[in-house]
Ligand binder design. Structure first.
Ligand SMILES: C[S@@+](CC[C@H](N)C(=O)[O-])C[C@H]1O[C@@H](n2cnc3c(N)ncnc32)[C@H](O)[C@@H]1O
Length: 245
């Protein structure tokens, strides 16, 4: 008995992909009665490392104290960001869009011994929670937190990066990419989050939504940019992996 080979996409936004994964070749629905892992996300998390207790605490506090906690990367995506960072073992990381610091903590786990992660957040009301968890995670000496618009701050940092994570305003992705490009080493990586935007990128009926338009145009722009290699991981809300040639 095997499952159909189809893309597995995790996340509330595009759950119809998950639903397809729960149908077997014989088209019988897998239920809790026949399988303890009713949900493919449950299965994946059950067979992956547990969420770091400090990240779990940050996840909880973000849900209690902020207005849009869904913006936080979360357990599965956080683990994948950590793994990617460990594979690259970067000396310099740049993150656009810190929010409460979840993804920064995950990415920092892959830094070289004396490596530094720069993270930029426009909303300075988040400072207390970010700094609290950078200290708990013992990365405060490896992280430089900047407040302001990433588009202004990237040139001020003026360093060369091995890894960049774009996760700020979806309407500004092309601008971020263009600004950051010269600061990425040849062979370096840019990760862009939310590139499937709850599946709206294939919904031609909503072209006037600025966020969808931003992501849609970014994806087209990267597709046609021959200076980079690219692939979209159908993870959560879509994670684009881009490598500068
Ligand atoms: C999706 S959240 C980031 C989530 C975080 N990376 C994580 O995975 O936990 C996006 C963040 O980008 C910030 N942001 C939006 N526009 C920005 C800009 N131009 N420069 C810097 N930060 C920005 C928002 O305030 C928000 O906190």
């Amino acid at each position: 008995m095997s499952f159909r080979a189809i893309p597995i996409t995790i996340g509330t936004g595009i759950s119809f992909f998950i639903d397809s994964c729960l149908r077997r070749n014989d088209n019988k629905r897998v239920t809790k009665m026949s399988n303890p892992f009713y949900n493919i996300e449950e299965y994946i998390l059950n067979h992956s490392d547990k969420e770091d207790p400090i990240l779990a605490e940050l996840n909880r506090e973000t849900n209690l104290k902020t207005l849009r906690p869904r913006m936080l990367s979360g357990h599965l995506q956080g683990k994948i960001l950590e793994m990617i960072s460990k594979m690259i073992n970067p000396e310099r990381i740049l993150e656009l869009g810190t929010y409460t610091g979840y993804s920064a903590i995950c990415l920092a786990k892959g830094l070289k011994k004396n490596g530094i992660l720069h993270t930029i957040e426009i909303n300075d009301e988040l400072e207390n929670i970010i700094r609290k968890y950078f200290t708990k995670a013992q990365i405060e000496n490896k992280v430089k937190l900047h407040f302001g618009d990433a588009r202004n701050i990237i040139p001020e940092i003026n360093e060369q990066f091995d890894l960049v994570f774009i996760d700020a305003d979806k309407r500004e992705y092309i601008e971020y990419f263009n600004i950051v490009f010269d600061y990425v080493k040849s062979g370096g990586f840019i990760l862009a989050d939310n590139v499937l935007w709850s599946g709206k990128v294939i919904d031609l009926e909503s072209p006037d939504d600025e966020y969808t338009k931003g992501i849609f145009e970014f994806n087209e722009f990267i597709k046609n940019d021959n200076r980079v290699e690219k692939v979209i991981l159908p993870l959560r809300d879509g994670l684009m992996l881009i490598r500068k040639k």
